[in-house]
Design a protein around this ligand. Sequence first.
Ligand SMILES: Cc1cc2nc3c(=O)[nH]c(=O)nc-3n(C[C@H](O)[C@H](O)[C@H](O)COP(=O)(O)O)c2cc1C
Ligand code: SF4
Length: 514
Amino acid sequence: MTPLLAPLGGSPIGSAPTRTGIAPLPDGVQGADVASFYHLPKTGVTGKSCRGLACWVARSLNPAGWAAAEQQDLRIHCLGNCFAAPARADSTARPHMQVVAPQAIVLPRLVSGGARRLSTSRELGGYEAWRRARQLAPERVLEIMEASGLRGRGGAGFPVGRKWRAAAAQPAGEKYLIANADEGDPGAYIDRFLLEEDPHAIIEGLLIGAHAIGATLGWIYVRSEYPAAHAILLEALQEARAAGWLGPDALGVDRPFDLAVHQGGGSYVCGEETALIRSLEGRRPEVLARPPYITESGLWRRPTVVNNVETLVNVPWIVTHGSDAYHAMGHAQSRGTKVVSLNSLFRRPGLYEVEFGVSVRHIVEELGGGLRTDLPIKGVFIGGPLAGIIPPHLFDTRLDFEELRAIGAGVGHGGVVAFDEQTSIRALLQHVFSFAAYESCGKCTPCRRGSRLLAESFAARLREQPDGTLSAADVDALIAVLKWTSLCGLGTGLAEFAESAFRHFGKELNPCPP
Ligand SMILES: Cc1cc2nc3c(=O)[nH]c(=O)nc-3n(C[C@H](O)[C@H](O)[C@H](O)COP(=O)(O)O)c2cc1C
Ligand code: SF4
């Protein structure tokens, strides 16, 4: 069957799609100002090594591998192989996967070996929730999602039902739904394995969402660091079209819905929803200020919903089992389960589906089994480097959006990166500031210039060149201005990370050079 939507491949797009499809511009039309934004070449990441946070903290496990990453001209900050870090792109390793929650919502098909093909997915109940949802009025689907308490798994934890209702309430016409498969947080790899091993669950979540909000077209925006996921998604879309799940009558007679896959160009900030939308439009993907919110004016100024991959995979389970069953799991305002991705320094790294409300201690000690370096844990990141560090004395904090926020940390994307006593906090600061400086979209001066100044200053401290360093007062001022003036979570997250480092490891960091 001919797709309604011309696949975008890596091509830039010049005009809004219509029901009859869009014509992507030929490669090379993209202006230099757009192309220069992205870090990765079209040749991809084959054979390349990663130098993201999960690899950096584990560099003692494979010094030669880490040296190769440092010497590489290309900077790659996550390959989704954090369970085997320091990581290379050509690794075919698969992580340990385990459900330790009362109900298996996200991981069941992965634990049973994966459901990449439509036939396997159907044997395991794939598309049954969609059959049920399409019998329901969109309003009823919205009510179910609201009552479930499902919150987005992409970082902000925004209630899914509320977001979908905001888009549904917009006047009828073209509306778009996008799966955010950019998974940029070093340390997180759940989306990678959902994309590679359960792509039909993502398509099913998108179909249910499209029905609820009245979307006509959708995209899956997948990062170029995940080439296998990109190929698998293209196959899955073909299968879904051939089976009639996608196409002219996907949502009912003459109610079309089709999907395309768009491959990113290597940019952490493109995971942010306004940057992602600009990237899809073929523009320079700088973050936009809100309002207007994208549910009113998003892709090509049409109402748009962006949801994370893991969020979407929760949706079919909720439709099948009901909002009460979902809401029965979890803690306080954090309902259901969350998959946490443990890094290679743990004795038992891997993907674990846990109920919200378990303690950080349970995750790092019971599931992770402590560190394989046999050294004590010095701290843990949950949700990437742009989040507060959790030191051991706070390990009784629960995995819960509000409880983690209260200690200056977050759920983020659920990547759990532990580091051991050997890790220098100064070197850690330098690594994270350098990551942020490299990935800043450049729109806010404090983030663009401040992250670079901080990275250079801490690099000078590591080289014991006090002349090149900022004073302690300047560092404090920069962190404060980042926190209060940044337009997106990259700048604010960097400030939260830095604040937590000074709060918990002040003795190690001070006295600072003047
Ligand atoms: C710098 C930055 C990077 C982000 N990267 C991702 C990402 O890789 N994947 C993701 O799902 N959300 C990411 N987000 C969050 C998205 O902007 C958006 O909130 C999310 O995709 C919405 O989906 P959800 O409601 O299902 O969580 C990022 C946000 C920021 C500020
Ligand atoms: S905080 Fe940084 S990444 Fe975010 S919009 Fe501002 S400059 Fe861009």
